[in-house]
Design a binder for this molecule. Structure first.
Ligand SMILES: NC(=O)c1ccc[n+]([C@@H]2O[C@H](COP(=O)([O-])OP(=O)(O)OC[C@H]3O[C@@H](n4cnc5c(N)ncnc54)[C@H](OP(=O)(O)O)[C@@H]3O)[C@@H](O)[C@H]2O)c1
Length: 433
């Protein structure tokens, strides 16, 4: 058995405690499988006195230099979260010739290219399996197992919080506010849920997966995102009736050589694999020219799944620490320069729910505008009467379009909203699959 690999960890929260517990409690099995012991040498926290979920055997410190400048530490695990100082610490560790393992999607989405370039220059490696999909093996397969493929599509449910809420809302028993309150009570949603419910967390993850899948440089600003805050109970009723489930979909596609990246609520056919992914589970469906369709499924968060990915990255590095030569057989630098397709050029199908005056001719007026803008309608449903104001009755009208260009649909929606007979546009949800 080789010499011990010494690990310094930055952060001892949900993930940090999970990682420390796994390293302590599974030390023997980890040493046997990695070929050398993995020793947690020190852990950085803000407040070493604070009681924690798990107290590691390793000493705690509030001074980052005790880890970053300790020449005896081989691998730095960053599980602090947030953009700074996490990114600054990762770069400092790399400059000192240390390998890095991180669970930080925000840092990898925003600064991944700079971090990976700095690591390549220093001959060290960066493991970031835990940054997308928690315990689901994704980065490893994208870095190696799928590499012979031209991937044409990566479609995923990458945020467990919103998937939990959408699953609850689909039963018809919970509104958005109730589903959020329950997710917070169960610890699935943060007290400030903005990043999850607005689609930002999923957009960071899609930035990472998109760059790996399409071998091109992707930054968070290349990803269109929209959250789940505007979905209404009636959208779930219509979805059910029409044979769909509503999911917060993260979608990357290669279309005519350009990369399309978007995160938004979507109608997905109830018969599809992604529609069956409920609760806090995550899933990613990949399509490649050789492999066909592959589905990755599992728990996307929590101390157990996330530490599974972090500890595996540490063990992978443990097998290579001290070995000279290129750190990775597969370089991570982008090999293609693919244009990003702007959202306005995306073509898909749409569900549009409109609340309008209940009077003959209204549907024809709305359909006329869609027609003028080349948005062809697949079906129209008028189901529910809604009483919005004293004495005024309105109809809720649902339009399903054939495939149309996003810009044309947005243009049509703008003009329809301005019609005097239209009270408001209830929702616009893209229909995928
Ligand atoms: N939670 C999950 O299930 C999950 C899943 C996948 C990926 N991730 C990612 O993993 C990372 C960590 O998430 P988490 O849920 O474990 O976060 P967390 O529970 O908030 O823990 C953060 C830890 O970092 C420490 N910390 C934060 N800023 C610090 C600073 N400036 N100096 C020193 N210590 C600092 C905190 O110290 P104190 O304890 O002293 O405050 C705490 O121990 C994030 O990037 C997150 O996106 C999380």
């Amino acid at each position: 058995m080789g010499d011990a690999v010494r690990v310094g960890m930055l952060g001892l929260g949900v993930v940090g405690c999970g990682v420390a517990r796994a390293l302590d409690e599974k030390a023997d099995a980890i040493a046997r499988r990695a070929g050398r012991p993995v020793h947690l040498a020190r852990v950085l926290v803000r407040d070493p006195q604070r009681p924690r979920e798990y107290t590691p055997r390793a000493p705690l410190t509030a001074d980052p230099a005790e880890i970053l400048e300790d020449a005896g530490i081989d691998v730095v695990v960053e599980v602090l979260g947030g953009e700074q100082p996490a990114c600054e610490y990762i770069l400092a560790a790399i400059r000192r010739g240390k390998h890095v393992v991180t669970a930080n999607k925000e840092v990898m989405a925003k600064h991944g290219p700079a971090i990976l370039a700095a690591a390549a220059e220093q001959g060290v490696d960066v493991g970031f399996e835990a940054s997308v999909g928690g315990g689901i093996p994704l980065i490893g397969p994208f870095r190696l197992d799928l590499l012979a493929n031209e991937l044409t599509s990566v479609a995923g449910i990458l945020n467990g919080t919103t998937n939990y809420m959408l699953t609850a809302m689909a039963t018809g028993t919970q509104t958005y506010a109730e589903a959020l309150a329950e997710a917070q009570r169960l610890g699935y949603a943060e007290p400030d849920p903005g990043n999850d419910v607005e689609g930002i967390d999923a957009a960071y993850k899609l930035t990472i997966l998109g760059s790996l899948a399409f071998h091109t440089r992707v930054s968070p600003s290349d990803v269109y995102y929209e959250g789940i805050t505007r979905l209404a109970p009636s959208d779930f009723r219509y979805a059910r009736e029409l044979g769909y489930a509503i999911k917060l979909l993260a979608l990357g596609r290669l279309v005519d050589g350009a990369v399309e990246l978007r995160v938004h609520p979507a109608f997905v056919p109830r018969s599809s694999m992604l529609a069956a992914v409920d609760g806090v589970y995550n899933a990613v469906q990949v399509e490649g020219d050789l492999v066909g369709r592959v589905l990755f499924y599992g728990r996307g968060a929590g101390p157990g799944p996330t530490s599974s990915a972090v500890v595996a990255d540490i063990m992978d590095l443990a097998q290579r620490v001290g070995i000279s030569g290129p750190a990775r057989l597969v370089p991570l630098a982008p090999t293609e320069h693919r244009p990003i397709r702007p959202m306005r050029d995306v073509r898909t199908r749409y569900y549009v729910r409109i609340v309008a005056v209940d009077r003959p001719g209204v549907i024809a007026a709305i359909a006329g505008i869609f027609g003028e803008l080349d948005v062809s309608l697949a079906s129209v449903l008028q189901k529910e009467d809604v009483v919005l104001e004293e004495g005024s009755r309105y109809a809720e009208i649902v339009f399903l379009t054939h495939e149309a260009r996003e810009a044309a649909v947005q243009d049509a929606i703008g003009r329809i909203a301005a019609l005097p007979v239209v009270h408001h546009i209830g929702s616009l949800i893209r229909v995928e699959g």
